[in-house]
Design a protein around this ligand. Structure first.
Ligand SMILES: [Zn+2]
Ligand SMILES: [Zn+2]
Length: 303
């Protein structure tokens, strides 16, 4: 799986960071998925290796502008590009009203089908390479994290089968399904020649005041992408507290649950240099961690 960060700023964009958007691509799958779509996300897509025409589905964590104001422009540009394939959007229920009002007021007709799916706690859906579950977060409005688990990949030991007298044939499909087969009087037992890779598990989280709310989903998680809007010092100096996470709180939670890779994003515009965020993460977390930058890609494979 490859993740590309199209926007990594919290609240509003800066010269170097656009607001939230992340692209997810799966190996051997045509098309990609978008998580959040801040204003100007379509510009970021144009500057990346991605093509909006291959976008399969959009997931919106919550309806704050820095996570969804890019949708009207992106949807309309896809219409101008002649899109005909349907597009699925998974979002809190108010988003549909917002976007349909935009489209109606502009007297636009998208010309392709948009299927809306309302998120709720426990919402689950399956795609070509993974299943996804929505997990509620703690924020000033309804907000979700997306828990993604890939399907295990089945491997067949073709070299050994050939060496032991079963050349490649449709019988390989039966073995992959776990069914024992016979060939020229010899029996081949599926479990001897078949192995499955461990599924990848990752979470892409929206704005959240308490990473600990993700609880058991974090245990030995392969990758956690979560906001770290502030350092602890900056957060404590704020005259008004907002429902966001500090690098220290995120790192402590990731360490406690054995998260394997941690990517911090949604960085407050006050940090022109994210070094203090990274320093704080490393002070409390011993796994691999990084502060996301716009256009940074991260690839993760099953072990
Ligand atoms: Zn935000
Ligand atoms: Zn928010």
């Amino acid at each position: 799986m490859k993740l590309t960060f199209l926007g990594t700023s919290g609240g509003k964009p800066t010269k170097n960071r656009n607001s939230s958007a992340i692209a997810l691509e799966c190996e051997n799958e045509r098309g990609w998925y978008l998580f959040d779509c801040a204003e100007a996300t379509q510009h970021q897509i144009l500057k990346s290796h991605l093509s909006a025409s291959k976008l399969k589905a959009i997931f919106i964590t919550h309806t704050h502008g820095d996570h969804c104001y890019g949708l009207p422009g992106l949807l309309t540009s896809m219409m101008l590009d002649g899109r005909s394939e349907p597009l699925a959007i998974f979002a809190p229920k108010e988003l549909r009203n917002m976007i349909e009002a935009f489209v109606d007021v502009s007297l636009e007709h998208l010309g392709y089908e948009v299927s809306w799916h309302t998120l709720h706690g426990g919402f689950e859906v399956g795609f070509e390479k993974f299943r996804l579950k929505a997990l509620p977060l703690i924020h000033s409005i309804e907000c979700y994290a997306f828990y993604i688990v890939t399907y295990p990949t089945i491997h067949i030991d073709a070299d050994r089968l050939s060496a032991e007298g079963l050349p490649p044939s449709p019988l390989y499909s039966k073995l992959k399904e776990g069914i024992d087969v016979e060939y020229e009087g010899k029996r081949f037992t599926a479990k001897e020649y078949i192995s499955a890779s461990k599924p990848l598990r990752l979470i892409i989280a929206g704005d959240n005041a308490e990473p600990e709310i993700l609880g058991e989903y974090l245990r030995d998680l392969d990758l956690l992408i979560h906001e770290a809007t502030y350092t602890q010092e900056v957060y404590e100096s704020l005259p008004t507290k907002f429902l966001h996470t500090t690098a220290a709180a995120l790192a402590k939670t990731a360490q406690k649950w054995g998260v394997k890779h941690l990517i911090a994003t949604h960085i407050s515009p006050r940090f022109s240099d994210p070094a203090p965020i990274l320093e704080e993460l490393r002070a409390h977390y011993r796994g691999e961690c990084v502060v996301a930058e716009d256009f940074m890609s991260f690839t993760i494979r099953p072990s």
